[in-house]
Design a protein around this ligand. Sequence first.
Ligand SMILES: Nc1ncnc2c1ncn2[C@@H]1O[C@H](COP(=O)(O)OP(=O)(O)OP(=O)(O)O)[C@@H](O)[C@H]1O
Length: 277
Amino acid sequence: MSNSTTDDSLITTEVQADSNDDRAAPAAGTAVAARNLDVFYGDEQAIDDVTMEIPEKRVTALIGPSGCGKSTFLRCINRMNDMIEICRVEGDVEFGGKNVYDDDVDPVALRRKIGMVFQKPNPFPKSIRDNVAYGLKIQDFDGDVDQRVEESLKGAALWDEVKDQLDSSGLELSGGQQQRLCIARAIAPDPEVILMDEPTSALDPVAASKIEDLIDDLAEEYTVIIVTHNMQQAARISDRTAVFLTGGELVEYDDTAKIFEDPEEQRVEDYITGKFG
Ligand SMILES: Nc1ncnc2c1ncn2[C@@H]1O[C@H](COP(=O)(O)OP(=O)(O)OP(=O)(O)O)[C@@H](O)[C@H]1O
C-alpha cells in the first residue's frame, strides 16, 4: 500500500501532491486493494473472491459483460453498496492502509476521499456554484469556497464555459456539461480516488470525447477507476484493465495493452474480440 496515508488520515488528511507523476513510469503505490472480496445480494453471489491492487494516479478500467459485477465492485470501494439492504460484503477493501469495512470507518468521510460519478449526469436542482460547493458545505470546509469552486470547475474543464453563469441552475447545462459539473462536484472535496460508472454512455460522441480527455488529465492528480462497456474507450484511456466475467470472477487484470493485444486467457480474448458478451 502507499505510505501517503495512515489509518487516521482516512478521515483527516489531504491528498498527497505528486506533481512529477509520469504515467509512463510505474505507479508510485497502490491506491486501493481488494483482498478476497465476495459480494452477495441475498443468496446470489455478484463478486467471487476478487483480489486486485489498483495503482494510484492511473486510470484502471473494469470491463466485462452485463451483470458480471463491475458496478458492484466499484460501489464496494466507497461503500455505496451499504445503501442496498440485501447486499453483503465479505473480505477487505484496503484504502489508506485500512479496510474500509472496519467498524470505525465513517462512510461519509470515506466518500469524500473516494468520490463517484454516475452514468447519468445527476446535478442537483441548484446553481452551478452550489452544485460544486455541496460537498464542501457538508464537510465544514473552512477555506475559500469560491476559490475551490473555481479550481474544481477548472479541474473539470468546465470553468471557461460557465464562469459567467455560476448562479444559473446546473440543470440548464447540456448533458456533457452536466457530467463535467458532476466531476467538478466530485473533485471539490479533494478526493484521492474518483470512481466512474459508465460516465460517457449517456452522452453524444463529442461530449464523451471531452470526458475522455478530462479523465486523462484527472489521472495526473487522482486515481481513476472506471466501469465501461466500451472496449475502445477502455483501450484508449486506461493504463490497467480488469476483465470480469459472469459470476463476478476477475478473470484477468493487467496493463491495458497486454489485455487488448495479448491476453493470457482464451475467455478474455473471446470477450474482447466480440465472441460473446
Ligand atoms: N441492487 C441489487 N439487488 C439485487 N441484485 C443486484 C443488485 N445490483 C446488482 N445485482 C445483481 O448483481 C449482479 C452484478 O450486477 P452489476 O450491476 O454489478 O453488474 P455489471 O457488470 O455492472 O452490469 P452492467 O454492465 O449491466 O451494468 C447481477 O446479477 C445483478 O442482477
